[in-house]
Design a protein around this ligand. Structure first.
Ligand code: 7RM
Length: 631
């Protein structure tokens, strides 16, 4: 299943388009199924209704664990690198991971979890997070991992939307020199979550926590009551595997649903090919398991291929900006998969942190989460890869389940800031505003996908209509990605960024509407408008225009109050970088905020604002421009 030459890529691609069912049927043979499928694919994009490997039975954890035991049981599955480099790292072999997953699966059962139940996981980046995820999959429960940076209110919204029965958390997390009281946040969240019956708490930082009788139990105590034998639940290929919430241009975050069979095949196939993973190599993805990159390329993809996956608890700059390079040297990392924002942040420290670091183990580099600028690409290539490691710039989304457009390491010729070519099975097309296909090369348009792939989302939890509206209704019979894209003279794809009201801040997806709603919850705020602006390290920064007529004290303090509100409502990741108090917002006569104008002002453009003739009150723009100059 591994592509080793460009010619083979071209052949596989052709086959995947001409005969997708045969192509994916063959790929799927590389996985372990309890029962085979009777139909590889049935689909329509109008409802949408997508089924891969219909009739097949499996459990993804048998593919990630059991099937490696005989030949590779003693091979490291997970290498955990703690936040504090003075602490010992932990290696879990496939045998050990299997045992711990089975134990924890029994703990889940003991606490009332069964197939189909939704379980919220809010944990630090420790091995137990991967164990919790896999234990859910083992018993057929649906995990919904919530990133540790979200607030109690965000967690409660997600728990309630998915009607979770259990929560798995830890007392707290380390993040650089900070400690985050996870259980306290969960306690606040659970005040408003009537469906939650049990909460399992791992001791990690040993900070004092409240433990509610009848609801809260310690992970360590529970372990004493179970053995390590847990047969995997037999799952239908189209049974739900997990829900992961992601932001869109409107409303609350949507629960993207992935299913067992197709997701497994797609995560495993793309992992093996894009990174050209070789047996025995050490692979390090710096993402958090709370995001899709961690699901697909720390846990499921690598483990399904018997790989060794490094799980890092800390941040790139703690205790020093050499931390990534220390980890690469210590664990002899062969593949490093990270985000442009991390690269840009580390670049800003110059070459000093690289001095004396042995990066010779590195064979493949990867980038994900946002467009990578040429400067960062070249720095990564030269300073980290020493010009010898191919960079795979991987474009994909929470909704796509796995990498869609990307070079194949050591196969596809790369080009700085280009995601290059679609992987086999992926049929991208560019369309104009009216949904008309833009053919040929040297063109730009909105990126859509015209044929299903096994890893695609099946629905948005509890609201299929929303899935249809968001992804399948903008353009008929196409999946719309929300991204703008260029296809150059060579047919290479370059993703230019979102064309909707979704921001990408340090690789985190944040809806402008979500931030506005949070700001508007602050007492006294009348209205707000949020746009993105170019930010050297974060990619995009958040710029908020706020109408707040009767401020509480000084403007600077009022800004801090607003940041506090946003932190409470969403989490610190959504805090605006800039807040500008204004007396009005530029609106059309029909009352729509003209974001185009605000975006220009946020970018520092104060003259060519384009057509403002439809504005209700052009004076307001002048005032905002003047005020923005003093920010
Ligand atoms: C994997 C992930 C998805 C959005 C997507 C894009 C942007 C991701 C790249 C990229 C340019 C890339 N999932 N994006 N990867 N843009 N080049 N290689 O990030 O759901 O959190 O975000 O991220 O805008 O639509 S996500």
């Amino acid at each position: 299943m591994q592509i080793t030459s460009f010619k083979q890529y071209e052949e596989d691609y052709k086959k995947s388009v001409e005969n997708p069912e045969q192509f994916w049927g063959e790929v799927a043979q590389n996985f372990q199924w309890r029962k085979p499928w009777f139909k590889v694919l049935s689909w329509n994009f109008s409802e949408p209704n997508i089924k891969w490997f219909e009739g097949a039975k499996l459990n993804i954890t048998e593919n990630c664990l059991d099937r490696h035991l005989a030949a590779n049981g003693d091979k490291p599955a997970i290498i955990w690198e703690p936040n504090n480099p003075e602490e010992e790292s932990v290696t879990l072999t496939y045998k050990m991971l299997h045992e711990r997953v089975c134990r924890f699966a029994n703990i889940l059962k003991r606490n009332g979890a069964k197939k189909g139940d939704r379980i919220c996981i809010y944990m630090p980046m420790v091995p137990e997070l991967a164990i919790a995820v896999l234990a859910c999959a083992r018993i057929g429960a649906v995990h919904s991992v919530v990133f540790g940076g979200f607030s109690a209110k965000s967690i409660a919204d997600r728990i309630n939307d998915a009607q979770c029965k259990l929560v798995i958390t830890a007392d707290g997390a380390y993040r650089g020199n900070k400690q985050i009281p996870l259980k306290e946040v969960i306690d606040d969240a659970l005040i408003g979550c009537p469906t939650v019956e049990k909460c399992i708490v791992l001791t990690h930082i040993r900070t004092p926590v409240s433990m509610l009788k009848g609801r809260d139990v310690w992970w360590e105590d529970e372990v004493k009551h179970v053995n390590d034998i847990c047969e995997a639940e037999e799952m239908d290929a189209e049974d739900m595997l997990f829900i992961l919430y992601t932001s869109g241009s409107t409303g609350k975050p949507k629960g993207v649903v992935h299913t067992c069979g197709g997701y497994m095949v797609y995560a495993g196939y793309t992992f093996s090919n894009v990174f050209n993973y070789q047996p025995g190599e050490v692979y390090f993805c710096t993402a958090d398991i709370g995001w899709i990159t961690g699901h697909s390329y720390i846990v499921y993809g690598p483990l399904s291929q018997g790989a060794t996956s490094v799980l890092f608890e800390g941040i790139p700059t703690y205790p020093t900006p050499s931390r990534f390079w220390d980890i690469v040297e210590k664990h002899k990392v062969n593949t490093l998969y990270t985000a442009p924002t991390a690269i840009r942040s580390l670049m800003s420290f110059g070459d000093e942190p690289l001095n004396g670091k042995n990066l010779s183990s590195i064979r493949v580099l990867g980038s994900v989460g946002e467009p990578i600028n040429e400067e960062a690409w070249h720095w990564f290539d030269e300073k980290i890869g020493h010009g010898k490691a191919p960079i795979v710039d991987t474009w994909w989304q929470t909704e796509t389940g796995g990498i869609m457009i990307s070079p194949i390491a050591a196969v596809t010729p790369t080009k700085p800031s280009f995601a290059t070519l679609p992987l086999p099975g992926i049929q991208p097309i560019l369309v104009d505003e009216n949904g008309k296909e833009i053919e040929g090369n040297g063109v730009m348009g909105n990126l859509c996908i015209k044929f299903p792939w096994p890893g695609m989302l099946r629905t948005t939890y509890g609201d299929h209509e929303r899935c249809k509206q968001t992804y399948f209704s903008t353009y008929e019979d196409l999946y719309f990605t929300g991204d703008g894209c260029l296809r150059d003279e060579d047919g290479y794809y370059r993703i230019t960024g979102r064309v909707d009201d979704v921001l990408n801040v340090s690789g985190h997806r944040i809806g402008t509407a979500e931030v506005e709603n949070a700001i508007n919850m602050h007492a006294g705020v009348v209205e707000s408008a949020v746009v993105g602006y170019p930010h050297d390290v974060k990619g995009q920064g958040i710029y908020a225009f706020v109408i707040y007529p009767e401020m509480h004290g000084e403007a600077e303090l009022s800004k801090k109050d607003i940041l506090q509100t946003v932190t409470r409502v969403i989490g610190a990741i959504a805090k605006p970088d800039k807040i500008l108090f204004v007396s009005g917002l530029p609106k059309t006569r029909s009352g729509k905020i003209m974001r185009r104008i605000l975006r220009k002002i946020a970018e520092g453009e104060t003259s060519n604002l384009g057509d403002t003739s439809t504005l209700l009150d052009p004076g307001v723009v002048e005032e905002i421009i003047e005020a923005s100059k003093n920010l």
